[in-house]
Design a protein around this ligand. Structure first.
Ligand SMILES: NC(=O)c1ccc[n+]([C@@H]2O[C@H](COP(=O)([O-])OP(=O)(O)OC[C@H]3O[C@@H](n4cnc5c(N)ncnc54)[C@H](O)[C@@H]3O)[C@@H](O)[C@H]2O)c1
Ligand SMILES: [Zn+2]
Length: 315
């Protein structure tokens, strides 16, 4: 078991991040079957798995932010604010809502639909089945709580970009977050024409100012005590991984926020000859050529690939 890392020698999260993209990307030419076999054998032989999951993992699991799932659940909002801004659940979150009542009218619905209502989804449960047999850790930019729901230990998940379940002071006057499920449920019951009543609009208990979702979207994102604790555990896990056989299991990470998982995973694989990069990505499965045999890039829908890999694993 890995411990929290000694603070004085800690690899800070910022040090882990890497801004340089790979210069030698290739699409691999072996067949899908060969890639699945290779992926399964790397996992079978690994001491540890570092899961790195981006938006594509939850999209593959069923939490699509586009198409019918968006237009059917947000028809009222699309009609009110127009389809130019209200294109999908990602862009809708950036709409300049004119009032706090309108802002919370949107976000309460978004949080309930993506964070609180969905049960643990089958894809995440399969990922847990794969990971639980090894020492594992999850690094994710997802904010929908799926890893924890599926059984991954909260102590082994570092969600760097926040959590739909939490709100914070908009100007980050304190490094505190507040669990908001009950508030969102009250808002949902009281929402009319996309707006929630003024009495439900939260105010910062410290400065009395506006509140915001605890999501990294500006310089005022609150990294609370739990965030720092997980950053330390993550550093401890990286330390534990040194000289061990590690699979960097990257799932649906594109170029929206590549500096948090995608580029650092390439860097880790490049610097550690016992690390394997296993990249599952529908449209961007290319991997650094320089990693040679130590990289597998599998395109297409990852739900199928995860299922196929799992079926080839030893018990
Ligand atoms: N569920 C969530 O919590 C959620 C959802 C959307 C966005 N976000 C936020 O938005 C940002 C997104 O960054 P990102 O770099 O992860 O996203 P991105 O949009 O850059 O990349 C998503 C990647 O997933 C791949 N993908 C999509 N569907 C897939 C499927 N079915 N199978 C395999 N691969 C698939 C795409 O090819 C793409 O490369 C993050 O900061 C995150 O916090 C979070
Ligand atoms: Zn405040």
């Amino acid at each position: 078991m890995f411990a929290k890392k000694n603070k004085s020698r800690q690899v800070e999260f910022q040090d882990f991040l890497c801004g340089s993209s790979s210069m030698d990307y290739i699409f691999q030419e072996n067949s899908y079957e060969e890639q699945i076999e290779k992926a399964a054998s790397f996992i079978n032989g690994a001491d540890a798995i570092l899961v790195g999951a981006g938006a594509g993992a939850s999209a593959a699991a069923g939490l699509s932010y586009t198409g019918k799932r968006f237009t059917e659940n947000f028809s009222e909002f699309i009609e009110k604010y127009g389809s130019f801004y209200m294109r999908d659940m990602y862009s809708a979150g950036f709409y300049p809502f004119p009032t706090e009542e309108a802002k919370w009218g949107y976000w309460s619905k978004h949080a309930l639909l993506n964070r609180f209502e969905p049960p643990a989804l089958p894809l995440y449960k399969e990922l847990f089945d794969i990971s639980r047999k090894k020492e594992y850790f999850v690094l994710t930019t997802n904010v929908d709580g799926q890893f924890q729901k599926a059984g991954f230990s909260a102590e082994r998940i570092f969600a760097t970009q926040g959590d739909y379940a939490k709100i914070q002071c908009q100007s980050a006057c304190r490094k505190k977050t507040y669990y908001a499920e009950n508030l969102f449920r009250k808002m949902d019951a009281a929402r009319k024409n996309c707006i929630v009543p003024s009495e439900l609009v939260p105010k910062c208990p410290v400065c009395g100012g506006r509140m915001a979702m605890n999501l990294r979207c500006d310089d005022f994102f609150v990294e609370d005590a739990q965030w720092h604790s997980q950053a330390e555990r993550f550093a401890g896990f990286l330390e534990f991984c040194k000289s061990r056989k590690v699979v960097l299991f990257e799932l649906g990470v594109g170029f929206n926020t590549p500096a948090i998982i995608r580029f650092p995973f390439e860097k880790l694989a490049c610097e550690n000859s016992s690390f394997i990069l296993l990249r599952l990505n529908k449209d961007e499965p290319f991997v650094p050529k320089s990693l040679g045999n130590r990289a597998v890039g599998i395109g297409g829908d990852m739900a199928q690939a995860v299922f196929d890999i799992k079926n080839r694993l030893e018990n």
